[in-house]
Each structure stands twice: as structure tokens, then as C-alpha cells.
Design a protein around this ligand. Structure first.
Ligand SMILES: O=C(O)c1cc(=O)[nH]c(=O)n1[C@@H]1O[C@H](COP(=O)(O)O)[C@@H](O)[C@H]1O
Length: 236
């Protein structure tokens, strides 16, 4: 595997997280090599984690990449606390839990003093209002995201996952020092797939987010490196 570049603080590569949602560790490693120095931060989710991807987390970290482990934990408090404690030993930068108050408090306990930054997933970007209604939530999505962001800050969570469309209300709920991380990003004209609350890379940056998460627009492109470079150019 190639080694990660060390971008300057102002370099947009620090703010682009590429979702490695690929079928196997072998294909994920080949993708990292194809993208080369156009990315320095990768996300590993269910698909890879459940097929040998935890070893890849360690290889990526060793090669100098930042890693976001996205398992969206949500269970009874004791199980979440223990799970976060175990994941904290992997040396990742970010890990995710769902933004339920009991879950978030347990995750903060499991993280201890020097673990990874815990990100709380508010309302999935594949949900529109009809999906939230169907799931039994009485609130408009914007209000539910803001409520969960406030609860995350109260629980001591380090960052929020939401749509960039909600960045302003989330920022006022969490203050300047916690992070806003936004999937549901599509360059203008790209296929949105199952995403519903979508913004372009440029619009997300203007909205004041800290990191964007981009998967298929890069990994399913005929030229993943060129796709990543185009997104970086749009991010400024
Ligand atoms: O937690 C996440 O990363 C996440 C939260 C969310 O609300 N929406 C969302 O799409 N994601 C993840 O972000 C990535 C987006 O991938 P693409 O839609 O292919 O760009 C996927 O790996 C999702 O699992």
C-alpha cells in the first residue's frame, strides 16, 4: 500500500473523507492505491469491517492515513460503552454512534480521556420527511437534527454527522469547537443514488462544515483519482 501524504493544515485533503464501501479488503487496498495522494482520510463501514476490514484499519493507520470507523453503534449503554472502549484501541480518528442520549453518554464513558473523536449520527442523509414520519418521529427533520445536536453537545460528543443542509442550526447548537461531518455529498449532476438530503462539495464548504464524506462519486468513477481531485478543486 502507498503511504499517505502529509497535507498542510489549509489543504482540502484534510477535509475530504473517502468512504471505502467496497466488497473486499483487497479491492479497498487497490482503490487506495488508485486514488494515491488525492486522499489522506478514509472511512471504513459495515461492508469492509465485517469482511476483514479491521486489519485494514491498522494497515491504513500505519501507512499514515487517517481512518474513520463507521459502525454507528446503538445498543444498551453497557454494550455501547464496552464496544467503544474496544474500538478505541484501533487508533482511529473518528468513530460513529447513533445520536440517542443514552447511547451517546455511554460512548463518551467508553472513550475515556484520549480515545478517538466520537461522531453522533443525527438523522441519516438517506431520510426525507416521509422516511422520518414512517419511523415514528413526530418532529420535522430539521428540528430533530437540531435536538440531537444539542443532546450530543450535552453528552460531551466530539462531532455531529448530518446533512450539510442543516449545518447552520447544528453549528449554533454545538458551538465552534465540535465538528460537523457531512455525507450526502454529490458534485452537480452526479447520480444521488439513495441519498435524499444532498448538497454539492462547494455548497457544503460554504455552509461551514469541517469534513465531507464522499463514497460512490469517487469509488464508482471510471477514474477515482480524477474524481477525488475534482472534488478537492471544488472544495477550494
Ligand atoms: O455515518 C455516515 O458516514 C453516514 C451517515 C449518513 O447520514 N449518511 C451517510 O451516507 N453516511 C455514510 O456516508 C457514506 C456516503 O456514501 P456515498 O453516498 O456513496 O457518497 C456511506 O458510507 C454512508 O454509510
Amino acid at each position: 500500500m502507498s503511504h499517505a501524504a502529509s497535507p498542510a493544515a489549509s489543504d482540502p485533503r484534510n477535509r475530504l473523507i473517502v468512504a471505502l464501501d467496497l466488497p473486499s479488503v483487497h479491492e479497498a487496498e487497490a482503490m487506495v492505491d488508485r486514488i494515491g495522494d488525492a486522499a489522506t482520510f478514509y472511512k471504513i463501514g459495515y461492508r469492509l469491517a465485517y469482511s476483514g476490514g479491521l486489519a485494514l484499519v491498522q494497515r491504513l493507520s500505519k501507512a499514515g492515513f487517517k481512518v474513520f470507523i463507521d459502525l454507528k453503534l446503538h445498543d444498551i449503554g453497557n454494550t455501547v460503552e464496552d464496544g467503544v472502549r474496544a474500538l478505541s484501541d484501533l487508533g482511529v480518528t473518528f468513530l460513529t454512534v447513533h445520536a440517542y442520549p443514552q447511547t451517546m453518554r455511554a460512548a463518551v464513558r467508553g472513550r475515556g480521556g484520549d480515545g478517538p473523536t466520537i461522531l453522533a449520527v443525527t438523522v441519516l442523509t438517506s431520510y426525507d420527511q416521509a422516511d422520518a414520519d414512517e419511523a415514528g418521529y413526530a418532529l420535522p427533520i430539521a428540528d430533530l437534527v437540531a435536538l440531537r445536536a444539542r443532546q450530543a453537545a450535552e453528552a460531551g460528543i466530539g462531532g455531529i454527522v448530518c446533512s450539510a443542509a442543516e449545518a447552520a442550526s447544528v453549528r449554533s447548537a454545538i458551538g465552534p469547537s465540535r465538528l460537523i461531518v457531512t455525507p450526502g455529498i454529490r458534485p452537480a449532476g452526479d447520480d444521488v443514488g439513495d441519498q435524499k438530503r444532498v448538497l454539492t462539495p462547494a455548497a457544503a464548504m460554504e455552509a461551514g462544515i469541517d469534513h465531507i464524506v464522499v463514497g460512490r462519486p469517487i469509488t464508482q468513477s471510471a477514474d477515482p483519482r480524477a474524481a477525488a481531485l475534482a472534488i478537492l478543486a471544488e472544495m477550494g
